[in-house]
Design a protein around this ligand. Structure first.
Ligand code: ADP
Ligand code: ADP
Length: 207
């Protein structure tokens, strides 16, 4: 199964993707995570990603598509993937379709995780990450246990949160009609307990 988790930054895509990975035995592919890993390695490519990420701007399509092509052809993604934070532009969606077609696959479902802007800003500014396990926490909604060391992403400020939400509305929402035309889009309410949201997602997945 090839599944897109779609929604504004902070909607819970990463959190839910990690829960679906175990149940469906396919990897999560997060372009944001791939870019942060590249940045951490100190490579020149990582520095170029950082110029855009630190300002809440989208990384140019050609760079993102190249990154995705490399990741998607790895062995663990042979039977499908959960795309998280990708595609974020119509050009990326078209490139993904072409990449999957080459592998004899296609997107099976696009799940929109629906969360309003005010809630998004609160989620982003409260987000914390355990770098060791990659797990996401929230200082209020999902607090890390006292022995877990967490950090905050540099781009998770209130100002960037608004900017990223604007970018989502302008550049990423136009991706939906592309998949709506194929009858692949299902919307779920992203507000509620983590388990509830997972159940809502599972309910719209193809069996
Ligand atoms: P969030 O879901 O909180 O926005 P991500 O980890 O998905 O966070 O993305 C963080 C940043 O990485 C984005 O603001 C953007 O700069 C960059 N980025 C991630 N994925 C993409 C993508 N598919 N296209 C362009 N830029 C991306
Ligand atoms: P995304 O990958 O879409 O950017 P995340 O999964 O990183 O979003 O979630 C953003 C923040 O919101 C994290 O701090 C996470 O713990 C928190 N969060 C995720 N889902 C929920 C939820 N259903 N209710 C409250 N907080 C949530």
């Amino acid at each position: 199964m090839d599944l897109i988790l779609f929604g504004p930054p902070g909607a819970g895509k990463g959190t839910q993707a990690k829960r679906l990975v175990a149940a469906h035995d396919i990897p999560q592919i997060s372009t944001g995570d791939l870019m942060r890993a590249e940045r951490k390695s100190g490579s020149e490519l990582g520095q170029r990603f950082d110029e855009f990420m630190s300002q809440g701007k989208l990384v140019p399509d050609a760079m993102v598509i190249e990154l995705m092509e490399k990741r998607l052809t790895r062995e663990d993604a042979k039977r499908g993937a959960i795309f998280d934070g990708f595609p974020r532009t119509v050009a990326q969606a078209e490139a993904l379709d072409a990449l999957l077609a080459k592998l004899g696959r296609q997107i099976d479902k696009v799940v929109v995780i629906d969360v309003a802007r005010e809630e998004i800003v609160e989620r982003i500014t409260g987000r914390r990450l355990c770098e060791e396990t990659g797990r996401e926490y929230h200082i209020r909604y999902n607090p890390p246990p006292p022995d877990v060391k967490v950090t905050q992403r540099g781009d998770d400020t209130e100002e960037t949160a608004h900017k990223r939400y604007d970018t989502f509305e302008q550049n990423t929402l136009p991706v939906l009609p592309h998949y709506e035309a194929k009858g692949l889009v299902a919307k779920v309410d992203g507000v509620g307990a983590l388990d509830e949201v997972t159940t809502r997602i599972e309910a719209v997945l193809p069996r």
